[in-house]
Design a protein around this ligand. Structure first.
Ligand code: B16
Ligand code: MG
Length: 225
């Protein structure tokens, strides 16, 4: 099999927006009197906005109506948008632009596969949009990771078979989503958390086209060129 495309998760792989998500959720949890720390926050990575809220509410004792929950999610998002509105290209994680540029130079297609509905704003503020051939995000899919929908959508936007796509992910739910889509997955972050990934790297600055090629050849992929 050949590889033709790379699909990148956004939060935690291309930009470090996880700290903004945490600060905004923490503010909401504090207001509701729910204990919430960085430890519980791990469970929210890669998970959709409403699913994240449900996880936080599990740590409290009260039940809320659907209307209350929607209002909570909107409050959190308003705080989050305040943070990301101030983002600049300096907030891009190390190695991301170089890798994206070199893949495109070698004829490998690039796409974004993110659960976030705020993807367009983040891509605009960081100037990253021109480096992607396709963007699949929380605005174009309805099922949250570990469902494969967002990655399958990215593959179809690129007109590439899912089996020819490589996913870069920082979250457990995202690794599962990539595998559910039949895609090879490179975890970006901790080996302990991402133990289901096919390969794990600390950050995108640790990989380039040549290294990716050798990882994939070892995994049985044909030489792309
Ligand atoms: P929003 P990713 C995910 O982005 C985040 O990891 C997750 O924490 C967040 O809840 C989700 O996006 C939805 O984000 O509230 O902006 O729509 O990792 O899939 O790029
Ligand atoms: Mg992520």
């Amino acid at each position: 099999m050949r590889f033709e495309a790379c699909i990148f998760d956004l939060d935690g792989v291309i930009v470090d927006t996880a700290r903004f998500h945490f600060m905004a959720w923490k503010r909401l949890a504090d207001e509701l009197g729910i204990p919430f720390t960085e430890h519980e926050n791990e469970r929210l990575k890669g998970v959709s906005r409403m699913a994240s809220l449900e996880i936080i509410l599990e740590y409290g004792t009260r039940k809320y109506t659907e209307a209350e929950k929607l209002a909570f999610a909107e409050r959190k998002n308003n705080w989050y948008v305040e943070f990301i509105s101030k983002m600049t290209p300096a907030d891009i994680l190390p190695g991301a632009p170089d890798l994206l540029k070199s893949l495109r130079e070698k004829g490998i297609k690039t796409a974004l596969g993110s659960a976030s509905k705020n993807t367009p704003l983040i891509l605009e503020k960081t100037g990253l949009l021109p480096l992607f051939d396709a963007v699949a995000d929380g605005n174009s899919v309805s099922k949250a990771k570990p469902d494969p929908e967002v990655f399958l959508r990215a593959a179809s936007m690129l007109r590439t078979d899912p089996g020819k796509c490589i996913v870069f992910e920082d979250a457990e739910a995202g690794v599962k989503a990539a595998h559910n889509a039949g895609m090879f997955c490179i975890g970006v972050g901790s080996k302990t958390i991402l133990n289901e990934a096919d390969e794990v790297i600390g950050s995108l600055s640790e990989i380039n086209f040549e290294k990716l090629k050798s990882i994939l050849e070892e995994a049985g992929y044909e030489k792309p060129f």
